[in-house]
Design a protein around this ligand. Structure first.
Ligand SMILES: [Zn+2]
Length: 393
């Protein structure tokens, strides 16, 4: 780690690099939003994901000329093979200069002038190390190598999406109200660049008021698009002595329903009409729907759906309307590995994975892209980040 820090000298390069990352995240976020109707499609944009590791290996093998690169390198042209060959030589030299390619030998005879060497097994999948070392390279080759890595990653993700086995990545946080709480807290300062990593705390309200819900139904009725099954329903079962209230819209796609719940807003669910009718009763009285809806909206602002005796405790967010959401932003790449390690120690499976989140504050449209830290993991992540360094507030 110490030797990596010494390479953080090209500030311009680092800034460019960070902006490329931001841009990539942005364009990907836009992509996933477009995909929304296709279901919960959160695409994998964690560089250190399974796909990131695989992309790195594919790129390294291509540069080491063990396999052909699956994409044309940036700035090269497929009808001029020389350009790719030249890029590969430059890329190899760059990887030699930062110590990723080792035991180099300069070729003789037919291979005169050609560098050969090897990348050790533990480096083949080490995305964090690649990103760190990349920062030590001159901007031109830095950007081209990064673009190559990302385009291979895009290709792998694209293929995985077609095969239908992609499930993790950016979360586009949608809520009716998102507010930044207090001043973002500086939690880590990168010693070489002086840039800091900050913790944002947001208060996120996903709920839908009675007025808003009723307006949604009214809007559809006005357009003459209302289906006979659309409307307010109450659950037949009680939880902690209370029934749940939902607003249902039948979708044009058969067997799909848009369900709006007071505490958590909209979701799309696949179910049959008989399943809906087994679990819920349609309400003909708007007055009954209103009082039930308002009660559930109110209660869920404070507690999860398991009630005051929930086994998970105060961090349980199931069915909770107002939640605190923690996001690490600012300079992230140098601490990516630290965050990932801290999360990997979390007990709950869903807290282990490193996920990128995008959100926008309601009042002042401030957009933030960062790493989502589950509330139960905040303390240990911060401890790891602060370890060994003093932070002046
Ligand atoms: Zn709970």
């Amino acid at each position: 780690m110490v030797s990596c820090r010494l390479l953080f000298t090209d500030l311009g390069g680092e800034r460019r690099f960070a902006s490329i990352v931001a841009k990539r995240l942005e364009s990907l976020g836009a992509l996933t939003q477009g995909d929304r109707r296709a279901g919960p499609s959160l695409s994998a944009y964690n560089y250190d994901s399974v796909y990131g590791k695989k992309a790195l290996m594919v790129m390294y093998r291509g540069i080491m000329e063990q396999e052909l690169l699956p994409v044309v390198p940036p700035g090269c042209s497929s009808d001029k093979p020389d350009t790719s060959q030249e890029f590969i030589m430059k890329a190899k030299a760059a990887l030699v200069s930062v110590g990723i390619v080792r035991d180099t030998v300069l070729g003789n005879g037919m291979d005169r002038g050609k560098l050969s060497g090897r990348i050790i097994d533990s480096d083949m999948h080490d995305v964090g190390r690649f990103l760190n070392r990349l920062l030590g390279l001159p901007p031109e080759i830095q950007n081209r190598l990064f673009e190559l890595f990302v385009s291979i990653l895009d290709l792998l993700i694209h293929n995985a999406r077609i095969e239908g086995n992609l499930d993790s990545g950016i979360i586009d946080m949608k809520a009716n109200f998102i507010e930044l709480q207090g001043t973002p807290k500086k939690v880590h300062v990168d010693q070489m660049s002086g840039a800091s990593t900050v913790l944002f705390t947001f208060s996120v309200d996903r709920g839908v008021t009675w007025e808003a819900a009723n307006a949604m139904l009214g809007e559809k009725q006005k357009d003459g698009l209302v289906c006979s099954n659309d409307g307010f329903y109450e659950s037949k079962r009680e939880w902690l002595g209370k029934r749940h209230f939902i607003l249902v819209f039948e979708s044009a796609a058969s067997g799909m329903f848009k369900i709006v719940r007071p505490p958590v807003g909209e979701s799309v669910r696949e179910m049959s009409l008989s399943e809906l009718r087994n679990k819920y009763r349609k309400l003909s009285s708007l007055e009954k729907a209103r009082s039930g809806w308002e009660d559930e909206y109110e209660v869920s602002s404070r507690q999860c759906m398991h009630g005051p005796n929930c086994k998970v405790g105060i961090y349980c967010t199931v069915g909770k309307r107002v939640q605190e959401v923690y996001v690490l932003g600012g300079i992230i790449l140098p601490v990516w590995g630290t965050i990932e390690k801290a999360l990997s120690r979390q007990a709950r499976q869903s807290h282990k994975r490193l996920r990128v989140v995008r959100l926008e504050t309601t009042a002042d449209s401030q957009r933030i892209v960062g790493i989502l830290v589950p509330s139960g993991a905040v303390e240990s992540v911060l401890e790891d980040l602060a370890w060994g360094q003093d932070i002046d507030d």
